[in-house]
Design a protein around this ligand. Structure first.
Ligand SMILES: [Zn+2]
Length: 141
């Protein structure tokens, strides 16, 4: 597991910007009400809704898929400063900057990602509906 290269600070800043952008989109486009609340700094990686002043109705507006993605964004933002960021969680290979810009929440390299998708095809796709499986896949990229 070589960690000699990794991302430059400049690249990490670009990814941070991208992650913040994704988060904004999630709040403002998908959830106009949530977007108006001052919750962004309160969010932990657990996205503990008890600490956020949202009504039940507002929480319901936030789809599971969005919450899942939000968690991933938060996780990536926290992870960004660590030396491990930009390396595959499975095999430790470097994740290409281009891939991280396209998918800033990516935590697997292409190879491991493809392996995972093959597993998902067998495990998840068979037990859940197709649309659920697709949503799950998208979030994992
Ligand atoms: Zn890998």
């Amino acid at each position: 597991m070589s960690k000699e290269k990794g991302l430059s600070l400049k690249q990490k800043e670009k990814i941070r910007e991208k992650l913040m952008e994704e988060k904004e989109k999630l709040f403002l486009q998908e959830n106009p009400i949530v977007g108006n609340l001052n919750v962004k700094d309160e969010m932990s990686d657990e996205v503990d809704m008890a600490t956020v002043d949202l009504t039940q109705a507002q929480i319901l507006r936030m789809r599971n898929r969005d919450l899942f993605y939000l968690k991933k964004i938060e996780k990536s933002l926290q992870h960004l400063d660590s030396e491990d960021f930009g390396f595959c969680e499975e095999c430790g290979a470097e994740i290409k900057f281009a891939r991280l810009i396209a998918r800033p929440t990516a935590d697997l390299c292409i190879n491991c990602k493809e392996d995972l998708e093959r597993d998902e095809d067998h495990n998840i796709m068979s037990s859940k509906s197709k649309s659920m499986g697709e949503a799950f896949k998208q979030m994992q990229i």
